[in-house]
Design a protein around this ligand. Structure first.
Ligand SMILES: *Cc1c(COP(=O)(O)O)cnc(C)c1O
Length: 365
């Protein structure tokens, strides 16, 4: 059966660890000898409560989440949080947004429905860098400062945590959550949709400092009100139970693999393997993102010169497909190629891609 599986470089929904899928398969029809599928279990059952409890504890262990932070598991994806964050945190004030790519730009657009949003520097004409912190125009009175740690479409990732001088920092970590250790205490709120790095679509993790809970606007839908959800252990209504189960399996897998520190090491290794080839290819392969801001998760590149050669890129994708390497096409807004190297992607699998890149370059340069 494994022979039919390809190497999936998709940006999300993305590759899951094989052992997680196999366990889910074994348990599909008969979960824990109960004679029903996990999908058919009540969200109020003792078994499901155990799954939630263990998942949250595993996440706390993996990221050393301090006790004064609550964890919520909510529906609506990252996009749901584009609205939930301002509805819960703006408190009638303003917020500062650091826009480094298309996801943070979308977050601004949504947040503007709820209050005054300040972007901390003029709009970039291309999303290929992170402007120096010195150039940011931060408002010390802002309700929060928002940024996206890894821009999935543009391949731009923060190599540092922004300094906000006490203003709560809000971060979209959808596509690099648990890919390296982080100091949670620097953040007011972190959220991440599961389908990039920690599971399948349907569930979003929100880690929020206690003092930021309880300030939602009156119009906030009850399922997005952090206070209501904290009070109900994220079970105000029926949550996507199966997505939570899969995420829990991924957390157990992450613990076995060596946790966030190990994922950080592996992410550096895997992304360097690809960037090294790009850097040494004399622009046969190119990446427009400044070196210091290049994503370890989503490597964007062009083939056949700095502006790319669409003919060659098509050929590249076709040959990859034949070799069992799929979903390497770049986002339509950026073009070219994108290799997503999330936690479930192994070094040997990346090696297969880099071997192919060298071979392709030797034939077409
Ligand atoms: C995918 C993604 C989103 C949107 O997630 P949805 O679950 O589709 O709403 C938001 N932010 C980032 C960084 C993403 O990668």
């Amino acid at each position: 059966m494994n022979g039919q599986r390809v190497i999936n470089f998709a940006a999300g929904p993305a590759k899951l660890p094989l052992s997680v899928l196999e366990q889910a398969q074994r348990e599909m029809l008969n979960y824990n000898n109960m004679g029903v599928s996990m999908m058919e279990l009540s969200h109020r059952s003792a078994e499901f409560s155990k799954i939630v409890h263990e998942s949250l504890q595993d996440m706390r262990d993996l990221l050393q989440i301090p006790d004064n932070y609550k964890i919520l598991l909510l529906p609506g994806g990252g996009t749901g949080q584009f609205s939930a964050v301002p509805m819960n945190l703006l408190r009638g004030g303003t917020a500062d947004y650091i826009v480094t790519g298309s996801w943070s730009a979308k977050a601004v657009k949504e947040a503007e429905k709820y209050g005054k949003i300040n972007t901390v520097y003029p709009k970039l004409d291309k999303y290929t860098k992170i402007p120096s912190q010195k150039s940011w125009n931060l408002n010390p009175e802002a309700s929060y400062v928002y940024y996206c740690d890894n821009e999935t479409v543009n391949g731009v990732e923060f190599p540092f945590v922004p300094e906000t001088n006490g203003v709560p920092l809000v971060c979209d970590m959808s596509s690099n959550f648990l890919s390296r250790p982080i100091d949670i205490s620097k953040f007011g709120l972190i959220y991440a949709g599961a389908q990039k790095n920690i599971g399948c679509a349907g569930i979003t993790v929100i880690i929020v400092r206690e003092d930021l809970i309880g300030h939602a606007v009156r119009e906030c839908p009850v399922i997005f009100d952090y206070k209501v959800q904290v009070g109900n252990n994220s079970l105000y209504n029926t949550p996507p139970t199966y997505s939570i189960y899969i995420m829990g399996l991924v957390f157990k897998w992450l613990k076995e693999q060596g946790g966030a520190a190990k994922m950080g090491e592996l992410s550096d290794t895997k992304s360097s393997m690809v960037y090294d080839i790009i850097n040494n290819s004399n622009d046969f392969y190119s990446c427009a993102v400044e070196e210091s801001a290049r994503s370890r998760m989503n490597v964007v590149m062009r083939v056949g010169g700095k502006d790319g050669n669409e003919e060659l890129e098509k050929k590249f994708l076709e040959e990859c497909q034949k070799l069992g390497m799929v979903s390497l096409k770049g986002h339509r807004s950026v073009g070219g190629l994108r290799a997503s190297l999330y936690n479930a992607m192994s070094v040997p699998e990346v090696n297969k891609l880099t071997d192919f890149m060298l071979d392709f370059m030797a034939r077409y340069r």
